[in-house]
Design a protein around this ligand. Structure first.
Ligand code: HEC
Length: 302
């Protein structure tokens, strides 16, 4: 096909030549073409490259939606987490997400002082059964959870989790906010992004349409529906409210030290600001006269 194209570009002569192959070989060199033909060949090449690029780049279903930027309560440098929201988010995680997702790096003691009091956290931990042991007789046994225990595992192991979810593994959620591009904005959009499939997107076995997930189909079904949980503080449990709260909770889980870090940062800047003032003053008062002092040597007259 290329040869035909080049042949047409470089004129009839080639096609009419008695020995087509050899003369084609001789004439195909770019240098031997006239200026106009060189330009034509260049344009054709660029058009072909463009066509190839278009061919591979655009498939509507491969475009994923980028999450918008939401005004999270903890975003600014002077902002702390909305702790009421963190508390509600823990309730959502415990009652909905914990059925499939682990939070392996969260211990019940982490809840103390943030989400509940120490006594409440102890009671919360005691609700779960933890496999412990071996005891004096070498047997494993179940005991109620303690503050030093992790959040419970919904599945015995990774393989069991995959089998229960049609081959997809529900990732650990402790650091998921930091582990995904877009962080909290992405998680919130994902949780609220279960829409009807647009025309042209076919149904896929065991997958759910969600334009925020890479590829547009996710193995996790929509988890949050209105009234899925009942908040202790009486906040109406709409699906977007729960998505916001659980995302704030996950942000706290990923960076529990954020409030303290920001507070230390502000203190540090204030102290450094004061020191800067004194050092500036000191420089003007002490250093400037020294720097501008002129020391001249005057030999004594004999
Ligand atoms: C019925 C089980 C189930 C429940 C309940 C569930 N998930 Fe999932 N989740 C999954 C599975 C399975 C995947 C893996 C999806 C995939 O890879 O296609 C997943 C993936 C995710 C991901 C990762 C998406 C990514 O970018 O890789 C996040 C975040 C997530 N879930 C958050 C949540 C939150 C928050 C809740 C609670 C509101 C929740 N899930 C409830 C099964 C569940």
């Amino acid at each position: 096909m290329m040869a035909a194209l080049m042949g047409r570009l470089s004129g009839r002569a080639i096609l009419k030549a008695p020995n087509c192959l050899t003369s084609q070989k001789a004439n195909l060199s770019f240098r031997t073409l006239s200026k106009g033909k060189k330009i034509a060949a260049g344009v054709a090449g660029a058009a072909a490259a463009g066509a190839v690029a278009l061919q591979t780049a655009v498939f509507a279903r491969e475009l994923e939606l980028h999450p918008p930027s939401f005004p999270w309560s903890y975003k600014g440098i002077f902002d702390s987490y909305d702790h009421a929201s963190v508390r509600r988010g823990y309730q959502v995680y415990k009652q909905v997400c914990a059925a499939c997702h682990t939070m392996d790096y969260m211990y019940y003691r982490n809840l103390v002082g943030v989400i509940m009091t120490e006594d409440q956290a102890k009671a919360e931990a005691a609700e779960i059964d933890v496999l412990d042991g071996p005891d004096d007789e070498g047997k494993m046994f179940n005991r109620p959870g303690k503050l030093s225990d992790r959040f419970p595992q919904p599945y015995a192991n990774e393989e069991a989790a995959k089998v229960a979810n049609m081959g997809a593994f529900p990732p650990d959620l402790t650091f998921i906010i930091n582990a995904r591009e877009g962080g909290a904005d992405y998680i919130f959009s994902l949780l609220t992004g279960y829409w009807d499939r647009p025309a042209g997107c076919e149904e896929r076995e065991g997958l759910h349409y969600n334009p925020y997930f890479a590829g547009g189909y996710i193995a996790m079904a929509q988890a949050l529906y209105n009234e899925a949980v009942e908040f202790d503080d009486g906040t109406p449990a709409t699906s977007s409210q729960m998505a916001k709260d659980v995302t704030t909770f996950l942000a706290w889980a990923a960076e529990p030290e954020m409030d303290e870090r920001k507070r230390m940062g502000i203190k540090t800047m204030i102290v450094l600001g004061i020191l800067l003032f004194f050092s500036f003053y000191y420089k003007r008062v002490k250093w400037l006269p020294m720097k501008t002092k002129k020391i001249a040597y005057k030999p004594r007259k004999h």
